[in-house]
Ligand binder design. Sequence first.
Ligand SMILES: NC(=O)c1ccc[n+]([C@@H]2O[C@H](COP(=O)([O-])OP(=O)(O)OC[C@H]3O[C@@H](n4cnc5c(N)ncnc54)[C@H](O)[C@@H]3O)[C@@H](O)[C@H]2O)c1
Length: 283
Amino acid sequence: MNIKKVAVVGGGTMGNGIVTVFALKGFSVFLVELSETLVQKALTSIENNLTRMVKKGSITDFEKSDTLKNITPIIELKNTPPDCDLVIEAVYENKEVKLSIFNELNNIVNSNCIFASNTSSISITELAVTTRPDKFIGMHFMNPVPIMKLVEIIRGYSTSDETFLVIKELAQNLDKVPVEVNDYPGFIANRILMPMINEAIFSLMEGVASAEDIDTVMKLGMNHPMGPLTLADFIGLDVCLAIMEVLYNGLGDSKYRPCPLLKKMVAANKLGRKSGEGFFIYN
Ligand SMILES: NC(=O)c1ccc[n+]([C@@H]2O[C@H](COP(=O)([O-])OP(=O)(O)OC[C@H]3O[C@@H](n4cnc5c(N)ncnc54)[C@H](O)[C@@H]3O)[C@@H](O)[C@H]2O)c1
């Protein structure tokens, strides 16, 4: 199967990055958001990202305008073009929201269209079961999508070999490195990363060290490019909490208990960069 037309549902942190990488490679991309304001916000982020790439010399002005021409904004799911070859969902990390989107899409797009979720941790098997399980797969891009090479390709219980091979080849065509992962809570990336971030938050809550010092230990001591608390702010504390809850409930082990400070900060809408404040303050 040759993928040409791609719809991306959700134009937030991840969605706008996913749209950018597909549009840069010449795919026809439909960016689906809930309202005119949200779609414009996503398009502005994409344009700013492309301008940054031009300034760095990684693309030309001509490539920037060509890339923008490949993107068609769509308001509301019901207006998704039926002849898409692939839909990638990148909305909130919430199983019910994702399920309702896939159930609605199932009646809109053609039966040969592949469904992919960018979920960080929710079971692909559970998301797939009410739609087209053999043509359903996890395509977990990393943040920021235009820069990060890895894509976890998650096989649900019923994902066909054909679907897997199409998506693996597609990821390679986007200049990404696909890694095959089976469907268990948090897959690989977040099963290992999130408990580390959660432990950093426990260390802060217990007063072991300041936020700055916790990050310095991991940057200078472990050679991580970014400390775990800065990274949590970058990912979004709501996303971190949702992933910890999936690990805790899905694996049934108390070692995945979300830190109470993380819960409290999400309740206070201190979500990191996107809300202007998390463990650090952003202007
Ligand atoms: N943030 C990260 O670092 C990161 C990394 C990898 C994967 N993910 C995963 O990617 C997904 C998206 O995360 P995010 O950080 O981009 O979230 P986000 O909150 O930045 O963006 C979500 C977007 O989805 C839109 N949306 C919600 N319902 C919609 C609908 N019915 N139709 C169209 N648009 C809709 C919202 O308006 C919003 O713009 C989540 O599943 C998350 O776990 C996030």
